[in-house]
Design a protein around this ligand. Structure first.
Ligand code: SAM
Length: 341
């Protein structure tokens, strides 16, 4: 039986698809369809092979999502291994709970992976003896389901919360942040060239009336930016930036990597898939720093020996078949490290 711990109810701003029906499972290796949940598991074999799964050990999937990585881990740790899987999205949890219901050694925790230390402690787990996987960012389901308000191509209330019980959404960022803060997040998290013009326009328009929907915001961005030939929609970068801010994505990644180092056993593996350069930079710099022999600038080194070693110096990327099946996986990078102390 799949256990769900810390399962909270839905929050006030929830836009649920009331007509969602159940359909029989359609399982095509990496794409899993059930109800209206759809997600292609990126670098399934590469990311799970890296964990060198063994029966009897403890593994953590920090980002359960559609359950693709979790399922393969579970297959490989029978009969006595343990998998603890985290997510904050009720729809992902409901879907994966059903998908993985036959696995007795799975515990699903509805909590942020940033609570990994306290949640494992509650479960009586002192050390991650096998490994940890993080598949960062949003699922295909989150990005494309209209009501979740992530997409500028589908009109919906501005939302973008991974955790639908959170009180803080894209609406709050767009309608309450100071102009300077909007400029900062559009520049830092979206690497948007026209941050100032877009932020100014948002602030002018919301003085008249709050900006409520993805379409209203996308229209403001299109009008505020010069017509330059580009392969991406002018709202892409700002939407990415707002999503990162709403879900605290970059800070969470930094924090969880530090916490994992405190609770992973010697020999344990950390396998991380990132989707954009900002996330990848955090993972790369963390792995580099923690695997360096010297991290001080002193003439005589005072550093403790490194905690990890890199399993791959260059990131692993999706193979040809996967790129054909799922073109967005071209942005994914997999970095792997092993705890050595
Ligand atoms: C790319 S998907 C994971 C897909 C999954 N590996 C699969 O095979 O289907 C990322 C998931 O991480 C979840 N997530 C994002 N931030 C999180 C956090 N701070 N704590 C726990 N889960 C988080 C999202 O809700 C989403 O379901």
């Amino acid at each position: 039986m799949v256990q769900i711990s810390n399962y909270k109810g839905h929050g006030k701003r929830e836009y649920k698809n009331k007509d969602s029906k159940s359909y029989p499972f359609l399982f095509y290796d990496k794409i899993f369809l059930m109800d209206d949940f759809k997600h292609y598991t990126v670098m399934l074999n590469e990311a799970v092979d890296a964990l060198e799964c063994q029966d009897g050990k403890v593994y953590v999937d920090c980002t359960l999502g559609g359950g693709g990585h979790s399922e393969l881990i579970l297959k490989r740790i029978q009969p006595n291994g343990k998998l603890i899987a985290f997510d904050i999205d009720d729809e992902a949890i409901a879907h994966s709970k059903e998908r993985l219901k036959d696995y007795k050694n799975l515990t699903i925790v509805k909590s942020s992976y940033t609570n990994i230390k306290s949640e494992l402690d509650k479960l009586g787990i002192k050390k991650i003896t096998g490994g940890v996987i993080l598949d960062l960012g949003a699922s295909y389901h989150q990005l494309t389901k209209q009501e979740r308000g992530f997409s500028f191509s589908k009109d919906a209330p501005l939302d973008m919360r991974f955790d639908m019980s959170s009180d803080f959404s894209a609406y709050d960022v767009v309608n309450t942040y100071k102009e300077d803060d909007l400029v900062r997040i559009f520049s830092e998290y979206g690497e948007e060239r026209f941050s100032k013009r877009i932020a100014k326009s948002i602030v002018e328009i919301r003085r008249i009336k709050p900006i409520g929907t993805t379409k209203e915001l996308a229209d403001i961005i299109v009008k505020a930016t010069p017509h330059i030939k580009s392969s991406i929609h002018p709202a892409t970068r700002v939407f990415q930036a707002i999503r990162i801010e709403v879900n605290n994505e970059l800070k969470n990644v930094k924090n969880v990597l530090h916490d994992i180092l405190e609770i992973i056993d010697v020999g344990g593996i950390i396998s991380v898939i990132s989707f954009h350069s900002l996330e990848d930079r955090i993972v790369k710099q963390f792995f580099k720093r923690e695997s360096q022999k010297c991290r001080c600038n002193n003439m005589i080194c005072t550093c403790e020996p490194p905690r990890i070693e890199l399993v791959n110096k260059k990131p692993i990327t999706a193979g040809e078949i996967e790129l054909k099946e799922n073109p967005p996986s071209r942005s994914a990078k997999l970095r792997i490290a092993r705890c050595i102390r």
